[in-house]
Design a protein around this ligand. Structure first.
Ligand SMILES: C[S@@+](CC[C@H](N)C(=O)[O-])C[C@H]1O[C@@H](n2cnc3c(N)ncnc32)[C@H](O)[C@@H]1O
Length: 352
């Protein structure tokens, strides 16, 4: 399998897939290049990669943004006719609704990605003529992935539309809203789009609902809530953007987010982007739910320089213990989103 992750997080992505695959009795070993933005997970048994893609939800993985099953290695493709080199393996591919020609992340892959974009056009046409790709793009069919490691080598395979990222290389591109006071705003915007369907967003983020934003300044996250019509208690010692205060939807509390207690306990949403030790934040989130102060939360866990995968697992386990111990039913998801850097985003929702 080939998994996409943020460049620099290959070790975490590799550790996670190896551990999670083993739970499904799929054994193998990861191969990775530092700062490449991808990991290859070599399964020992034939067909295990396909079984893993059927059984293990991509959404349950934190560090993998996208993935596909590799069906063929492409080695030393003839630069004069790369299309022919790919077509040699066409009979291995399922009938698909989409083609993605992709590569790694970061400076080393920038020019290769430009090539990928250009190469998509003739390859798509050839695959359509061969009957492997549908004439018009279809969302609910398998996708063909050609991942190039340079302009002559790569991996060919497919992903399932019911268990794969709907975005090219798992990247949700978002436009930065001019009125938002910080680029951090994109993190919460992506989180809402990733964790909630459009219907869930409409039902769970309704105008008039109350939210608390811990570590709110200058207000990028608050902006996303205000834009959706919510009333926000913004907690931070720093200053909030004037234009947000002028909406009349924001109350600024210059307080410590760890000590803040909402006056009225009718908060629907708790969001938190405080730069703090991740275990402290996880415990704080747990205590809000244990005390019944909110019913939904999106928060960041800032990652340390080392032992990042273990730290994430420990924090999520601590949070689970607090919630279980308080008899709170919950749904928990975590993801290293495209707009996250040295942090992951967690979604927590009260159940029942
Ligand atoms: C990454 S910034 C938040 C950016 C914000 N989400 C945005 O979109 O504009 C982190 C903020 O956490 C605040 N912070 C850190 N520790 C805090 C604490 N104990 N209580 C309240 N705020 C805290 C900092 O003052 C800082 O403004």
């Amino acid at each position: 399998m080939l998994l996409h992750c943020r460049a620099g997080f290959e070790k975490e992505c590799a550790a996670e897939i190896q551990e999670r695959a083993a739970e499904h009795e799929v054994f193998g070993y990861p191969r990775l290049i530092k700062n490449s933005g991808f990991v290859l997970f070599e399964c020992y048994q034939p067909d295990d990669a396909e079984r893993l893609m059927r059984e293990l939800p991509l959404r349950s993985l934190i560090f993998a943004r996208a993935w596909f099953v590799v069906l063929a290695d492409l080695n030393e493709m003839d630069p004069a006719d790369r299309v022919a080199a790919v077509l040699e393996h066409a009979e291995l591919l399922p009938k698909a609704g989409k083609l993605w020609v992709e590569s790694g992340e970061g400076d080393d892959y920038r020019s290769l990605l430009t090539f990928c974009r250009k190469f998509t056009v003739p390859l798509r046409q050839a695959l359509r003529q061969r009957g492997v790709l549908t004439k018009a793009e279809k969302e609910n069919m398998p996708r063909i992935h050609l991942f190039l490691t340079d302009n002559q080598n790569g991996y060919l395979g497919y992903s399932r539309s019911d268990n794969g990222s709907p975005h090219f290389m798992g990247i949700e591109r978002l436009k930065f809203p001019a009125e938002a006071p910080s680029r951090s705003t994109l993190k919460l915007d992506e989180a809402i789009r990733y964790f909630l369907t459009e219907e869930q967003e409409a039902a769970r983020l309704q105008p008039g609902m109350r939210a608390v934003d811990l570590g709110a300044c200058p207000g990028g996250w608050t902006y996303q809530l205000v834009r959706r019509g919510l009333f926000v208690q913004a907690v931070d010692n720093g200053p909030m953007a004037e234009n947000l205060m002028e909406t009349g939807q924001v109350t600024h509390h210059m307080e410590d987010g760890f000590k803040y207690e909402p006056q009225r306990k009718n908060v629907t949403w708790l969001v938190c982007d405080m730069i703090e030790k991740p275990d402290r934040v996880a415990q704080l989130m747990g205590s809000w739910f244990a005390r019944g102060w909110c019913s939904e939360a999106i928060f960041n866990l800032k990652l340390p320089m080392k032992q990042r995968y273990t730290t994430v697992c420990d924090c999520l386990n601590q949070l689970t213990e607090i919630l279980d111990g308080s008899g709170v039913g919950f749904e928990l998801q975590a993801k290293h989103l495209y707009h996250d850097r040295e942090e992951i985003t967690v979604y927590l929702r009260r159940r029942g």
